[in-house]
Design a protein around this ligand. Structure first.
Ligand code: GDP
Length: 440
């Protein structure tokens, strides 16, 4: 999990503070020393860490905190607010022009996630009703054009390419085409290098001059910590970027990049990449990220995920069938598909503030859903509709067909029985219709 070590250290520091009834200045100073160390170990920029703890101390040593009934909690609140400020305060908006397409230039080092995030952004915009166009300007590697075409197709977003031509001409042609065909977003995927070099920067500057992008988004890999911040600083000095896409936040990044980029460059993180799949992109919300770092979860993002990733009609249909007591394995199969869309179970639990390290690997194993699906898919259509038809020999057949054990089949059947019983009870109790069945 990202920020794990930082979260642990901060919570240890705050636990000591919260255990005290009244705080002295020395207590706050000692806690801030721990916070500063935790930030440095998380690879936060030295100056940023120092400035941060100074600010928190100044606010915390104010009389209203020290004399409050819960001074420890007040300090946590201040840290939460200052972490949010450190990452930019509010959500950074996109610069959308009043007319013509919004041109977005994606740049960054090789492997940072440019191509993947061009497609993720395209998909996100498309879901919001826009008509994005992806543009292949990484002309040096034929494989890069192909990669963009593949992810573009997966995202359902058209890709403009002119083979290994001149990237400046290609980007100009793409913007013209977008105007002609009514694409309201143009996402230009550019070449990356392993390191920053003049040739790359010159090319990006030339593209910038040619198409005047509304957004120059630097894609940086959060796993590279302070290096990501240095890269951001260099790109910003040369290109005057408008924001950052911070990728691979699903990994065990220590957090340094997320916490220092805005303070060092003055440019906000606009999006975060949180996985390899095309839906794994989030608008970056500093307040929610601060909550996650402080182990307070991020329920808002979870709700938004549910709104964008789940099929509302399907959910309504399932709820109706449950209330009519018609729940069968076909419904459960559809529910499993919905669950999968929310991403790895670990991420979902962490967003509700659960410490997943307390759970066993088997409890967090996403393959459990696959196994249950396999069992259902090995049933005949009649068995799925009427599980009571399933006798011991059927169970053996289903277990063999799904590569599971008869016990696993029994367990799933028992869960279904329990859900059906529960539904009967709910139906009997008028006025208590808002109900979710227990899942296995
Ligand atoms: P580019 O060279 O900058 O275009 O980078 P790519 O888009 O090809 O990405 C490099 C690798 O990083 C690929 O294997 C991607 O699947 C992976 N990747 C990109 N973004 C993320 C992310 O947010 N999380 C994870 N886990 N992997 C990512």
């Amino acid at each position: 999990m990202a920020f794990e070590s930082l979260s642990d250290k901060l919570s240890a520091a705050f636990k000591r503070l919260k255990s005290k009834g009244k705080l002295t200045e020395d207590d706050v100073k000692a806690a801030m020393r721990e916070v500063r160390l935790a930030l440095l170990e998380a690879d936060v920029n030295y100056k940023v860490a120092k400035e941060f703890t100074k600010k928190v101390s100044e606010r915390a040593i104010g009389s209203e905190v020290m004399e409050s009934l819960t001074p420890g909690q007040m300090v946590v609140k201040i840290v939460d607010e200052e972490l949010t400020n450190l990452m930019g305060g509010g959500e950074a908006r996109l610069n959308i022009p009043s007319s013509g397409p919004c041109v977005m230039l994606l740049c960054g080092l090789q492997g940072a996630g440019k191509t993947t995030h061009a497609a993720k952004l395209g998909r996100l915009l498309k879901k919001k009703g826009h008509r994005p166009l992806l543009v292949a300007c990484d002309v040096y590697r034929p494989a890069a054009i192909k990669q963009l075409q593949i992810v573009g197709q997966q995202a359902g977003v058209p890709v403009f390419e002119e083979g290994q031509g001149d990237p400046i001409r290609i980007s100009k042609d793409a913007v013209r085409r977008a105007k002609d065909y009514g694409n309201d977003f143009v996402l230009i995927d550019t070449a990356g290098r392993l390191q920053i070099d003049d040739k790359l920067m010159d090319e990006l500057k030339n593209i910038k001059e040619a198409v005047h992008p509304n957004e120059i988004l630097l894609v940086v890999d959060s796993m590279t910590g302070q290096e990501a911040v240095n890269v951001a600083k260099s790109f910003d000095e040369k290109l005057d970027i408008t924001g950052v896409i911070l990728t691979k936040l699903d990994g065990d990044t220590r957090g340094g990049a997320a916490l220092s980029v805005k303070a060092v460059t003055g440019k906000p993180i606009k999006f975060a990449g949180v996985g390899e799949k095309l839906d794994d992109i989030e608008v970056f919300h500093p307040d929610r990220m601060a909550s996650r770092i402080l182990g307070m979860g991020d329920v808002l993002t979870l709700i938004e995920d549910a709104q964008t990733k789940l099929d509302e009609k399907q959910a309504e249909k399932a709820a109706k069938r449950m209330l009519q007591n018609k729940l069968d394995f076909n419904d459960l199969l559809a529910q499993f598909d919905q669950i999968k869309k929310m991403g790895p179970i670990r991420g979902v639990l962490e967003k509700i503030g659960m410490d997943t390290r307390k759970l066993s690997d088997s409890q967090l194993d996403d393959r459990i859903v696959d196994r249950e699906k396999a069992i259902i898919l090995s049933m005949t259509p009649q068995e799925r509709e009427k599980p009571s038809l399933i006798n011991p020999s059927h169970k053996r057949r289903i277990a063999a067909g799904s590569g599971t054990r008869v016990e696993d089949v029994n367990k799933l059947l028992r869960s279904m029985e329990q859900m059906q019983k529960l539904m009967k009870r709910v139906k009997g109790k008028k006025g208590r219709r808002r109900f979710m069945p227990p899942m296995n």
